[in-house]
Ligand binder design. Structure first.
Ligand SMILES: [Ca+2]
Ligand SMILES: [Ca+2]
Length: 170
């Protein structure tokens, strides 16, 4: 009797191990490690700093891209989400003009940056060497985009349209 159940439990145990692999934990609307903000899923890196290239690689390792704010609404949603005490923090986005100088596009989808996402007076290509775009605080008016040197070491935000799966073993 006991022996028979032992066999059944061993079998179930093996199956549950198979099922546990690559389970996507869902917490509310969030899909770990991403948080749902508006229609998108984002990973906001508030500890590790990296240059633009390193930040992009870090996002790709998560199956994501550096964030692209295709609309002012998406930017406003992020601004509303980031706590006020983080308001002086700055985060890399996928925006860059590395392909064609002066033509800033979201690297994740090649769409040009909309005029209304820029901080007033930006992009200014200060020193002739600002090719990567960063989210900065604009005071009470919310956040906006500034071009900055790509090797500057900053925080970053990754974005994925909808997380497919996250490797996770219980
Ligand atoms: Ca986006
Ligand atoms: Ca600038």
């Amino acid at each position: 009797m006991l022996l028979r159940y032992t066999g059944v439990f061993a079998c179930l145990g093996f199956l549950s191990l198979c099922w546990a692999y690559k389970v996507t934990p869902i917490i509310g609307d969030d899909v770990y490690p991403f948080v749902k903000i508006g229609n998108g899923y984002y990973y906001i890196e508030n500890n590790k700093r990296a240059n633009w290239y390193q930040a992009y690689i870090a996002c790709r390792k998560m199956g994501a891209e550096l964030v692209s704010f295709e609309t002012r609404e998406e930017l406003d949603a992020m601004d509303a989400y980031i706590p006020i005490e983080y308001s002086l923090r700055q985060y890399w986005t996928s925006g860059t003009d590395l392909a064609v100088k002066g033509m800033h596009v979201w690297f994740s989808n090649a769409e040009p940056l909309a005029d209304d996402v820029w901080y007033p007076g930006e992009p200014n290509d200060a020193g002739g060497n600002e090719r990567c775009d960063i989210l900065i605080y604009k005071g009470t008016g919310g956040t906006a985009i500034n071009d900055r040197q790509c090797d500057s070491v900053e925080l970053y935000i990754c974005e994925v349209p909808l997380p497919k799966e996250v490797s996770f073993i219980w």
